[in-house]
Ligand binder design. Structure first.
Ligand code: NAP
Length: 262
């Protein structure tokens, strides 16, 4: 099933589950930045919420908001009984420390799953795992390579793959070309989250049975591009656009429902 088909089918199930709740699901998105990418992500999240019958509200704060003011707003949302879950759209303006903000959000309302005590996983890796399982990708004992070690994608992705008993290798900017080549040619599952357009190109070889998950989002005048050159000869390669971005959006809605009905 393509990612688009999978997301469409899963949304129908989610919509029914949400409709069966006794009370509506209330979601708040806090926005500070006004960049095009943040605006597009927020539009997507509001659209998904509306489609699924979730009551979503946008709390727009000025780009000049101080960290102290933002922490006050977060505290209000943490204590507001009418709010089931909320997110602060990243990235944040320079004057605000993202890690402090992630830790200020109550783990009980942390839809993004960024807080170390949150019972939920960050949406991108969780969305990818859900899709791999749906596609019956064999994980146990398989060689999984994650390229990128950020706190929101690479590291939690590696943790989730390890939980499924994959043999996990995490590569990063200090990995040599020779080592990357060697790990990739032996990989069964590859997750690339670097942020460099088509970095994984023809110079690398893959097993024909490999599953390639492209997390990268790179924008230019022609649109969005992934970190992997498209149409490699493998079993599955997730497209960009129409790939991991959709899985991430879906996982956010699933996380919100999990808060209400753990
Ligand atoms: P990030 O915080 O910038 O981390 C990038 C990682 O890539 C770092 O660990 C870095 O290594 C590694 N890296 C950079 N250059 C490399 C190279 N030449 N070879 C190997 N590794 C290299 O980025 P992120 O937040 O994880 O996001 C990564 C990409 O995914 C971005 O394009 C972002 O837009 C996209 N993304 C997409 C979604 C989605 O829903 N589709 C969600 C989140 C992110 P070091 O640690 O050594 O510096």
């Amino acid at each position: 099933m393509t990612i688009k088909e999978y997301v469409k089918a899963r949304k129908v199930e989610l919509k029914n589950e949400i409709a069966s709740l006794k009370e509506p699901l209330n979601f708040v998105i806090v926005q500070l930045n006004e960049d095009e990418a943040s605006k597009a992500y927020i539009r997507g999240k509001l659209k998904d919420s509306e489609e699924l019958g979730i009551k979503a509200r946008l709390l727009k704060l000025p780009v000049s908001t101080s960290q102290e003011e933002l922490l006050k707003e977060i505290d209000k949302l943490n204590h507001d009984k009418s709010v089931d879950g909320f997110i602060v759209q990243m990235p944040l303006p320079k004057q605000i420390d993202e890690e402090t903000v992630k830790l200020a959000i109550s783990p009980d309302k942390d839809v993004d799953g960024f807080h170390p005590l949150s019972k939920l996983n960050p949406c991108t890796p969780q969305g990818i795992m859900n899709y791999l399982k749906h596609e019956n990708v064999q994980l146990l004992g398989k060689n999984a390579v994650v390229i990128g070690r950020s706190n929101i994608v690479g590291k939690p992705m590696a943790k989730l793959l390890l939980k499924e008993s994959c043999n996990v290798t995490v590569l990063h900017s200090k990995t040599s070309f020779e080592d990357m080549y060697r790990y990739l040619e032996n990989a069964d599952i590859v997750v690339v989250a670097i942020g460099k357009q088509h970095f994984i190109g023809d110079k690398f070889k893959f097993k024909e049975s490999a599953v390639l998950v492209d997390v990268g989002i790179n924008r230019d005048e022609n649109g969005l591009h992934g970190d992997i050159v498209p149409d490699r000869k493998v079993a599955i390669q997730t497209p960009v656009p129409g790939g991991v971005g959709l899985l991430t959006r879906l996982a956010l809605m699933e996380n919100l429902l999990k808060i209400k009905r753990p």
